[in-house]
Design a protein around this ligand. Structure first.
Ligand SMILES: Cc1cc2nc3c(=O)[nH]c(=O)nc-3n(C[C@H](O)[C@H](O)[C@H](O)COP(=O)(O)O)c2cc1C
Length: 441
């Protein structure tokens, strides 16, 4: 029986998502604002036939204590459309996924920017729809307080209808450009949206031709009830952050059932968990690399993150002792407290090591050899935990090279990953259909 292939996205922060990464030997601490480095990352990922380069984005400096913030390279980054437009010019095939907020942006702007990126890149754009969780972003956009969570999702749903409606402003063949008759476009093939909804009024039409992909690929990463529902109704790629295969399978099953209920086909939605990958010649060597990396997280940053995860102030514990096992449950997240206790017990980590893990990167991680990592990935695919992965690199460039030079060939050898691109657009890479224009047959 043929094996099920997987999809690979790069979950990019130019220095890494891990807060200690800028201090790792051989890293580029200035990569956030060094375009030459970012270009080389994108080109390497394209040579390895990745589906997409995904740029996470935030609209405020992250809300962490200043002791942690001042040690983190994740504070600042390029504006995603400017960056991805530049990358579109130096790559040919890899998908380019940008994050845009439905809470702090206007649908006409968002529709226009993504349509532009899709044209500039010849059909490689994707929109990661976020409602923006960070309350500090609200203060940058004229609000005194953050907009309530479920209200943000309600607004996002209408926002999506408007953006996709605007992308359909012109039929695919509206632009005649008939030099003889002097007619540039056929007005019968232009639709004025005239959207008057509960929260948005947008006349249209969008002043840009229909994107090459019809619509750029819709991506979503909501985890809450309204977040999952928005994803099920709209998304074609869903990012998530399950901690282990069991949680991944539960999320996967829940989303695919929800998708089915909306009348869409579950195969038209690809679920890609974030996976942090550290490769070594042996499993022990890979773990050692992780220990070195985690060891670069400052204790003050780590202990704040650990306290949040535990729902309990951990700053009074002996840093070099094991975590006390009798930490009481509080009103904060119950599942994250249990996860900390489980991790502490399984890996026998001291309070300092736990703090550094939580201050660095505490999500799903594959740490091992190319073979052990490919084995784990195959299990996720075969047991319906995911349709691929959104890979977070521990440090760059070395951690990225380890994936493109060692993991990808192993997956290709097993028939799990493409050896070349078969199509030209991001939809082609993901096996997604091109949406019909809702106003023109
Ligand atoms: C893999 C992944 C990537 C994400 N990227 C972003 C991002 O770039 N910008 C952002 O504001 N939020 C990002 N988020 C946060 C989600 O949009 C969402 O706010 C979060 O998962 C909480 O879900 P909820 O909004 O349904 O409560 C990301 C989440 C995940 C799991």
């Amino acid at each position: 029986m043929p094996v099920k292939p997987l999809h690979l996205g790069a979950f990019m922060r130019p220095v890494s998502l891990h807060t200690g990464a800028w201090r790792y030997p051989g890293s580029y601490p200035d990569a956030n604002f060094n375009f030459a480095h970012i270009r080389s990352f994108a080109q390497k990922l394209e040579a390895a036939k990745f589906d997409a380069f995904f740029m996470a984005d935030h609209l405020a400096v992250l809300n962490m204590p200043v002791e942690a913030l001042k040690r983190s390279h994740t504070v600042t980054s390029f504006e995603p459309f400017t960056l991805l437009s530049a990358l579109a010019a130096v790559t040919d095939r890899i998908g380019l996924v940008a994050t845009a907020s439905t809470t702090f942006d206007a649908p006409y702007h968002v529709a226009r920017r993504f349509a532009s990126l899709d044209h500039i890149s010849n059909g490689r754009a994707g929109w990661n729809i976020v409602t923006t969780a960070n309350p500090d972003a609200a203060l940058n956009f004229g609000h005194d307080e953050h907009i309530e969570h479920d209200e943000r999702y309600h607004h996002a749903r209408e926002f999506y209808d408007v953006v996709t409606g605007l992308w359909d402003s012109f039929a695919d063949d509206a632009f005649l450009r008939d030099v003889q008759s002097g007619v540039y476009f056929d007005p019968d093939k232009m639709h004025v949206l005239n959207h008057r909804g509960e929260e948005l009024n947008v006349r249209g039409p969008l002043n840009i031709a229909r994107p090459p992909q019809g619509w750029p690929v819709i991506v979503q990463a909501g985890q809450s009830e309204p977040g999952r529902q928005l994803a099920a109704e709209t998304a074609e790629v869903i990012f998530c952050a399950p901690r282990d295969l069991e949680a991944g399978k539960a999320f996967y099953a829940d989303i695919k059932i929800r998708v089915n209920k909306t009348g869409r086909s579950p195969k038209d939605v690809k679920i890609l968990p974030a996976a942090f990958i550290i490769v070594g010649d042996t499993i022990a060597e890979a773990r050692e690399k992780r220990a070195i990396l985690d060891g670069l997280v400052h204790y003050a940053s780590g202990i704040a993150s650990l306290s949040i995860a535990l729902g309990h102030d951990a700053s009074g514990f002996d840093p070099d002792a094991l975590l006390p096992s009798d930490i009481p449950e509080t009103n904060a997240s119950k599942s994250s407290r249990l996860q900390v206790l489980k991790l502490a017990q399984e890996e026998k980590l001291t309070v300092r090591q736990l703090a550094q893990r939580y201050g660095g990167y505490s999500g799903l991680a594959f740490v091992g050899t190319p073979k052990s990592i490919a084995d784990e990935m195959e299990r996720w695919i075969d047991e319906e935990g995911s349709d691929g992965f959104n890979i977070a690199f521990p440090y760059l460039p070395q951690g990225l090279d380890d994936v493109t030079d060692r993991i990808v060939p192993e997956l290709q050898r097993r028939g799990r990953f493409r050896k070349d691109y078969e199509g030209a657009t991001l939809r082609d890479h993901l096996g997604l259909f091109r949406p019909a224009n809702r106003f023109f047959a």
